[in-house]
Design a protein around this ligand. Sequence first.
Ligand code: GDP
Ligand code: MG
Length: 751
Amino acid sequence: MKRFALAGNPNCGKTTLFNSLTGSSAYVGNWPGVTVEKKEGKYKKCKEPISIVDLPGIYSLSPYTSEEVISRNFIIDEKPDCVINVVDSTNLERNLYLTTQLLEIDVPVIIALNMMDAVRKSGDSIDPLLLEKEVGVPVVCISASKEEGLDELMDRAYEESLKKREATSVLLNSNLSHLINDIELSFKGLKVDNPLFHAIKLVENDEIEIKNHPQLLGVVDEFKKYFKDETFGSDLEAIVADSRYKHITSNFSKAKKKNNNEMAKTFSTSDKIDRVLTNKWLGIPIFLLLLFFIFHMTFSENLFFLGGLFTNIAPSFEGTFFEGLFWTSSGINSIGVVFANLLGSTTSWLTDVVQGWLSTSPQWVSGLITNGMLGGVFAVLSFLPQILLLFLFFSILEDSGYMARVAFILDRLFRRFGLTGRSLMPMIMGFGCSIPAMINTRTLSNDNEKIATIRVIPFFSCGAKLPILTAVAGGIIQQFGIGNADIITFSMYLLGMGVAIVSILLMRATIMRGAVPPFIMELPAYHLPQFKALMIHLWDKAKHFLKKAFTVILAFTIIIWFFSHFSFSWQYLEDVDIDKSILAGLGQLVTPLFTPLGFGSQLSSFSWVFVVAAFSGLIAKENVISTFGVLGACVAGSIIDVGGDGGIAAVATMIQGTGITIPALISFIAFNLLTIPCFAAVVTAKAELPKNKFVGTLVFWLATSYIVSSMIYLIGSWWWTSFIFLGAFGIGVFAIYLVNKHRDNKQRTAK
Ligand code: GDP
Ligand code: MG
């Protein structure tokens, strides 16, 4: 089968094109560096099926980053039948820099001028025929997101793939041409593939090339002796880059016609927006406000605090279908809560129906099915609408280009903590799922930065942890009658981010000292998020969640039900007797360890349930709530029944059953948020971290969650304990200061 590769700068639309051509749903994000690994898919509309490979975005073929190495090796070693060079036409000159290098490889190349819709909108135009004549390979105008020009692109790419193309270089017009020709000849003599490419890379002082062909380096050095450029002296790397750009501006830029007035106008609006959004003082408060707005729209039961206003109209609807769905005594429900209510009434109706069917079956059968399976899975499922809504908001922020601005704003702050804004992108991805986020840290060139980033990624609360936050927050509101779901969940997200920043500071001050690498990021253009891309995101998320709910989580709820309904002598136990079960026995062994955190031995009865739930989260974080779902039914049967279904009711039952306090509940959320993440994330971390850093990372997660949670519980219960923590913290900081000073002095004397 023929194989075409998509190559281009970061953020030029390769993945969008890949998705349109192959019908897949790979991750598209409006910031550079989203695709880190190459992906493969099939295109079926040509004469024969064609395999399409989406390569990571790169600015050049020099091996500065791992993406560049991946893409370069793929094109050189795997020799695709055609390279489709995707070009962001709104940024033509800069994108053609990579093109000049692709042309130097003996492989068919075709240029896809992407984002032509945006170019047209700005009033500019590009003449593809003129560009084609200048560059010497076919040029096709497309819009990947509007799916325009794709058939023509693929037809012409197919034609190209039937021919052979000899490498050419724009550098052959420069005063380096003799040197390049000489080395190319030597490479030809050595029977090296792609002699022109290798010759130019050697002239460019390319690390890989020097390692592979040291014998030819003499020729370059000899040349340098008598060659002097006016501006760059004998810095050949700079001369090569300069010649490429010169050729682009004098020969290729002709193809572009700018509409000056329009251009100035669009530039200034985007600029004006950025002056506010990325403002030194306003940037972070605006980000936090936006974030709060999102949480408010998703979790609040008192939308815009309009509860009071509404009490006048409310009585006329009392008792109708609308009451409870759209509002409660506390106020108007947010969109997220409305959807959650709808799903909640559906699942509780389903549970009733199943319970009806099973009314004549043995008690353990109906217990296993309604409490064990449905109770557990529905407890988690009840949060799906809110998870999806939160993701919709995040995707909009991301696709519009705003998240890239956030990375830019936070770079200023992060630099002080010893990280760059680059490491912020994987962290923000962590809000979705830690696994792709950890894989994305491959784009970080500095090892220390990479390790520190992987360690704090789990602190950015992922989708699977959301049910824990929401259910416990809901339980607190229901049982203690205080707080707001949006404020509690929002503060827990902030807590995670705060702990991440403090941990990075401490790591950089102790075991990871060193300079901060430079970070240059271009801000992608703002644009309206694409409906289709958003829906692909959401559908993916929903599919993944449902699949998990009916596999891993379902299996685990059955296991939890089983071990909570059998004693060590393998006797079946009624719901009321779960305190004598295997699960209770095992849980009680470790429960005392969690006493300083508030959910250990001090609980009046069923003291082990919170600990067991936290442990079940090590398999998948959703299990924490499904475990409550399973056990809640038993606790409710034996002590009290708070009524209702789903995760919130399960937690409310646990609160009544165990007598746990508010500080201990907050400490419980914090523990689950900060401790060792789910099994899949741990495996990913192990693969991405250097070998000797894995165990330390596990210890770091355990220690951080233990310390922060006990602080929350102790300070929340007895405020004066804060002085003890402050004191310990002060002594710690002072000790670090002394050690570092001592080390610096020693280094200075050593010099
Ligand atoms: P990649 O980094 O090269 O894989 O780029 P992506 O496919 O992730 O796209 C980057 C951004 O450009 C996304 O926000 C896309 O929605 C947007 N984009 C992609 N193709 C087009 C296009 O043809 N027109 C416009 N206006 N935007 C596009
Ligand atoms: Mg991509």
